[in-house]
Design a protein around this ligand. Sequence first.
Ligand SMILES: [Zn+2]
Ligand SMILES: [Zn+2]
Length: 286
Amino acid sequence: MIFDGPCVKVKRFVNEGMMICCCPLASGSKGNCVYVGTEETKILIDAGISYRQLVLRLSQMEISLDQIDAILITHEHADHISGLQTLTGKYPIPVLANSETAKGILEALSLHSKFKIFSTGESFEFGDLEIFPFSVQHDALDPVGFTVRREASQLGFCTDLGFATTLVKESLKKCDYLYLEANHQVSMVHSSNRPFLYKQRVLSRQGHLSNEACAELLSEIYHKGLKKVHLAHLSSECNSEELALKIVKERLDALGAEVELLIAYQDRASRPFILGSQALSSCDVR
Ligand SMILES: [Zn+2]
Ligand SMILES: [Zn+2]
């Protein structure tokens, strides 16, 4: 596992206040989890990796699970919730989900902590974060993406969607940072040995976002305040990091956009970074 950011630096900047730290911990069909935290409030978005890996990847930022205030769940697919049972058995961290997703979770596993139910489409405050769960098109019960805001800083998280609706574009268009699905290259899905039903599902409007669709979405919502994007939930068989980066970069370059493009990895945590007043470029951990 690679992690080359000095953890103490992250902590120091966050402790200075007004800052949000974010770190994709795992992304892809084998498990998803992102850390977002301020000095006051620390959350995970999804818990689809093993307890052991979660502890390990958080510890690289000197964060332990007893500091986590809540786990937000996007939808009930296994790659987003498979770590919940063990995790909540050890730490009864509240799980924030809409009611349909909560039902889906309880059908799949035993939860050892309490749900806090939110309504899709209604923003709510949690600690010093303002969270907005918005509907996405995906073959789950009531799947959502999230924006997370602290003061003037806004982060957008949106994976597992078949296509980008007007609502998705509206929700993500003012973010300083995006964690956005670039799941597959359409031609690679067609030429793969995957079963027909798999191909049909992935390519459907309830499936996953292609590299081209991700590039199109980004080009539509790009604004000068958007500084950093993680391409997320890449298919291991029907995409490659190089291809996803190339296709999205070409579209952004055509707009003259200056955005740092990165990949959110499956097998290791990304570098944590800080978002806050003038923080993203100057205090990024390297
Ligand atoms: Zn997924
Ligand atoms: Zn899914």
